[in-house]
Design a protein around this ligand. Sequence first.
Ligand SMILES: Nc1ncnc2c1ncn2[C@@H]1O[C@H](COP(=O)(O)OP(=O)(O)OP(=O)(O)O)[C@@H](O)[C@H]1O
Length: 272
Amino acid sequence: MSYLEIENMSKVYSTKKGDFQVLQNINLSIERGEFVSLIGHSGCGKSTILNIVAGLEKATTGQVILDGAPVTGPGPDRGVVFQNYSLLPWFSVWENVYEVVDAVFRDRSKDEKKAIVERYLTVVGLWNHRHKRPDEISGGMKQRAAIARAFAVGPQVLLLDEPFGALDALTRATLQDELVTLMKPTEDSSVDGGPNSGTDTVIMVTHDIDEAIFLSDRIVVMTNGPSATIETIINVPIKRPRVRRDVLHDPVYNELKEELLEYLHGSPVISR
Ligand SMILES: Nc1ncnc2c1ncn2[C@@H]1O[C@H](COP(=O)(O)OP(=O)(O)OP(=O)(O)O)[C@@H](O)[C@H]1O
């Protein structure tokens, strides 16, 4: 059995107009340490899959098994980052991260918890902005704070729902690079939390083909809904951690891009 198993998952929403089958027969095995992206047209159920793995939604049939145990609700072993930041508006950046660290690491000293917060706010370049509230910082900074908060508690599985979707291309690329840095285990184990306590498995929902290729080991392409299922799974045979420029120059990159565009839009694309 793999580290994370999605077994025969289906999801039916009851609506005023009757039952609406979003997902049908989703089967996916993810190994520890894998970065897997879900890609597909709007409304096919990508967020629904992520929410079920997060334990925020229940599957209608089937189940999610994580590290041998069925998922029955949310837990500190899974961290979620949404597109819309989800920071508490009345807290500073520092407090937003500290609150969660404090809740998860109940038995750590205050100094240890502060050190974890400092470490992750520093990695995402927000230490100098730690006293600001979410409405005083840019969208990119808010998303950095949300990412720092997710990594700071060191969930084994990180669930990213279009984490960079609302950002401009430049900020997006910077944050993708920061994510690569955060995913890389460091030698420094003096401060626990984060990658040192094992955040190495990621499921990311994205609409961005380049982002999916740059970050993922495998890309799961969904069919269109309703009753969406997995159309195909594409391997990205470029070793991680990756450097953006190297990936862009890798001949495999254009081949994968073309393949994905063909799945998503059904027509061959002329590569540059
Ligand atoms: N609570 C709900 N009740 C009824 N229908 C829902 C509910 N949540 C989602 N849906 C429907 O389920 C379908 C899948 O939604 P979901 O958000 O998972 O898709 P998605 O692939 O993530 O879309 P997008 O790419 O646009 O974010 C959509 O048609 C949506 O309207």
